[in-house]
Every structure is written in structure tokens, then in C-alpha cells.
Design a protein around this ligand. Sequence first.
Ligand code: MG
Length: 447
Amino acid sequence: MTLKISISGIRGIVGESFTEEIALEISKAFGTFLNNGKVAVAGDTRPSSKLFKHLILSGLASTGCLPVDLGICPTPTVGIAVKELGCSGGIVITASHNPVEWNGLKFFRGDGTFIKEDELNKLINIWKTKKFKETAETKSIEKGEALTIHIEKILKVLDVKSIKERQFKVALDSCNGAGGKITQMFLKELGCKVLAINVEENEPFPHPPEPIPQNIKDLTELVKREKADIGFAQDPDADRLSIVSEKGEAAGEEYTLALSADYILSKPLNQKTIVTNLSTSMIIDDIAGNHNARLIRTKIGEINVAQEILKSAAAIGGEGNGGVIYPEVSLSRDSITAIGLILEYLAKSKKKTSVLIDSLPKYYMYKEKININSAEEAEEALNKIKEKYISEKMDLTDGVKIIFKDSWIHVRPSNTEPILRVITEAKSKEEAKLLCNLILEVLNQVP
Ligand code: MG
């Protein structure tokens, strides 16, 4: 497995594709790219993150930058800290929802958004050509605290009083990741009774880290047993969130953005625009329709959504994988902000979590991967699909998306792996699977 390089950052298996040497060199490349200033550095709770952090702090210092060590922080916290502390950039050491053997780096620009594609290419070019800036001057490493900055920022945009009045009982599973500490602090600020599991920073991940229904059974049990109002599950760098209803039912990640958007778009706004990527559920189309809002779909990749939110001055945006971007707080996916919005929705609507979830339409997704050997092969496959569906409504922004009345098919080359991703969505499981099989047939793959 080679090092994965994409606009989501770099990611690899520790000691194999992602080594100490690579971490050191890339931090020097990032310092060279930024060319000065303070650089925020934080990691998730993986044991390897600590080791990499020392290398990255010294790599940055060797280029004349001033590293600011923020300790263990969620990815969105670093984005906010970069901006608030006047840094010229930031690095988060995390492999997000990948298993513990993995680690990687995400890069923030000075404005608190992720670096763009052309900037990433520039960074990788500096790394590959090893043209690192060097300085003889030794800069010390600053220590910083960013959790309270992040919490304050969210509290400012919430109706804290309404939430506090409800004294919600909230169950939390942070997968022993970077979200545990800050989320407990945040929930206490909102007057919640917190029932937390898997919030130990020094313990291993207790289950596969993606917050999808099959991985969060302990949380669903906890919600039921303790009669909590809601349950929240985060991935290890706390940019993704999923919800469990008071009945102990996992809603699935698509409902996190859906509920947050349903709430924000119900407010009186000047600009009712929502942004999401092409692979996010049609629930968002229905919500946008209900609120007379404009929906803009982008290429896959968080930065693409964030840039469009900025450009269109959207009220909210994000991804169907549980990534909510609320621009009043920041331009990156943020599970802690999403928790605040959903609790405010519960407080204001005076409805139960399951009622809010059930009020949204239900769709079913089906996903497949097809191995490909080259970019040409991917192109050829996409052309075959385009030909087959020539008379249908199509979006060619990112691969091929064929849009039917209440279903769709999206086929695109992965940003990180030599595969084509096939995602379909329809009103029933059977139909979603059938749509996927049609694509496999077109590409001569056995379903
Ligand atoms: Mg993540």
C-alpha cells in the first residue's frame, strides 16, 4: 500500500507507507511552503501521533516557522485555532476514521480552511524535490490551548439558554479519540447530563473508528439503558458525527447533516443556500425544497464544499458522511458544532430525536467498488456509462452522476485508491442494489 495523497491530506500505514522520515520531510516542506509565521500543530489520540508530533514540530522550526503545540485536538479545533491565534497554517496528525495502524497529516491554511489542490501540489513538489528552506536560528516551541477557543466560538452562535433549560441527558461515544475531552466540556456548558463512553485519550480505539451503525452498538445500548434523550458518536479526529435516537436506534450518518440543515434552514435567513457534495443523500434535496432553499452540489472533498459555501455565502453545508460545516463557526466539518445545532433543534422544536428523524424522508444507498488499473481505464468505464444513460439527466462535475426522479447513480474514480466508486440511492434497498448491478453489468463486472 503506497502513501495516499489527496486534497484530504496524506495518509498511510505507520512504518510502511507513512514513516518518520516522510513526516519530518513533509513538515519541512510545509514550513517552506508557508515561508514564515506561527504554525499550529495537534494530533489525535493514536499512539503514533505523539511520536510524529515531535518530528513535525522540529521540522517546522528548522524552516524558520514558530510551531505552536496544541496537544490533542479535534481537526476542526485546529482550523479555528489557526485563525484565532493568527497562525499562517496548521497541521493535524490524524488518519481520521482509518484503523489505528494508519496515520497521516491534514494541512490548514491561515484562513482556517484546508489547503487547496494547487497548494497541495506545490507542497508535494517541495517535498519531492527536497528544496527545504533552512534557518540557523533556533525558535522555541510555543504551547497553546485551543479547546476553550473552539467551545467559546460555538457557544456564541447557539441559544444556550433554551438548550440549558431542557437539561438533556446525552450519551457520547468518542471512540477514545480527540473529541472526548472537548465534547464533554462543551456538553456541560450546555447544562447536559453527560453519559460518556470511550473518552479515554490513552486507551486504544474500542471499535472500528467510523461512526456507522454497526460500530456503535455500545452507544445504542447505553442510550436505551439510561433513557438518554440522544446519543452522539464521533470519529477519532471529531470532524464526523452520527446520531442515536432516544429509542436506541442509530440514524445513520446521512441524518446528521440532514437534521442540522433542516434546523438552520427553518430560521429566517437572508440567504437560504445549502452546499453538499454529489454523493450525499437526496434527503438534502427534499429539505432544500421544503425550505425554498437553493442546493449546490460540489465535487467530492471537504475543501470543495467549504469553498463553495464561502463563494455562495451559504447558511450551512457539509457531507453525508456526518460532516457538518456551519460557516458561522468555521469552514471545516465539525462534530462539536453539529452537536450544538442538533441540541438546539431538540430544544426549540420540543420534539423527541426519533420524531425529528422520522419526519425526514427515507432513502437507501448501495455502494460498490470496482478495481481499475489506470486513469485511461477509468475514463473508458465512465464513457461506457455515459453512453448507456445518454438520454438521462446527468452531472459530470465529478465522474458521472445519473439523476432520476427519486433515485440516482454516481460513479467516480476515488481520490485515494485505484478504484471506481459506485454509489446509488433509491426509495428501497432492492432498487438501490438493482441500480448498482446495472452499472456493474455495463462494465462487464459480475454483480
Ligand atoms: Mg475524521
